[in-house]
Design a protein. Structure first.
Length: 227
């Protein structure tokens, strides 16, 4: 390639990069997100999201917007969520280096000790993050390290009596804010990430994944150029 041609090609490339950079700087995107979910064993689901509160009476097949629903907490941080049982025992997530694990202490002022669980011969996840508890039963997500997020979630687990079992496979990353988990008195459960929802109406069996976009006609992602 001649020198003049190379210069012309380089100039065009530079101009193209400038245009692309200007377009990137001149545009902005907004994203919808799920904040929380509540379920009942009858198949009802109520979801609070950035676009409002919606309800399904048929296990997530159809949705309707509702108003006047109570505003519920969107979640707790993965490092500070602490469950205190009726016996005063506290359980939480703590990090040692890059690894997160479950810890417990018998009461105020006592030392935190590692909670070791039996996974029934299955490989234990490298990282675990406590997301909920009911009595002596714990619910936590488990997965591997991720460069973008704290934990790349692989599955939702349940632990009781020192033994853990996997409830459902996940495909969402968990950052410093752990997605909210819900378990009802009737055994129904919901695990909400920012853009997906997993629900069970049978005490942790027969899980269904619901994509966030199916909850609303509002576009989940909207990008526009700044004026």
């Amino acid at each position: 390639m001649r020198r003049s041609s190379r210069l012309r090609f380089s100039s065009l490339m530079f101009a193209g990069l400038c245009v692309a950079a200007g377009a990137a700087q001149g545009s902005s995107c907004t994203f919808q997100k799920i904040y929380w979910a509540r379920t009942s064993a009858t198949g009802q689901i109520v979801v609070g999201a950035s676009f409002g509160t919606v309800r399904s009476a048929d296990r997530g097949k159809t949705w309707e917007a509702i108003s006047g629903a109570p505003v519920l907490a969107a979640g707790v941080t993965a490092q500070s969520f602490v469950h205190t049982g009726a016996d005063g025992v506290q359980l939480a997530t703590r990090a040692t280096g890059q690894r997160r694990h479950l810890v417990r202490k018998a009461g105020a002022g006592g030392p935190w000790t590692r909670v070791d669980l039996d996974f029934g011969g299955s490989p234990a996840p490298y990282n675990v993050v406590l997301v909920g508890a009911q009595g002596h039963t714990l619910y936590f997500i488990g997965g591997d390290d991720s460069q973008e997020w704290g934990v790349q979630a692989a599955a939702l687990y349940r632990a009781s009596g020192g033994k853990a079992d996997k409830l459902v496979d996940l495909d969402q990353a968990v950052s410093n804010e752990s997605p909210p988990f819900f378990v009802g008195d009737d055994g129904s459960m919901a695990y909400a990430s920012r853009n997906k929802l997993w629900v069970s109406f049978a005490a942790g069996a027969n899980w269904t994944m619901i994509d966030g976009q199916s909850l609303t006609t509002v576009p989940w992602t909207e990008c526009y150029k700044a004026t």
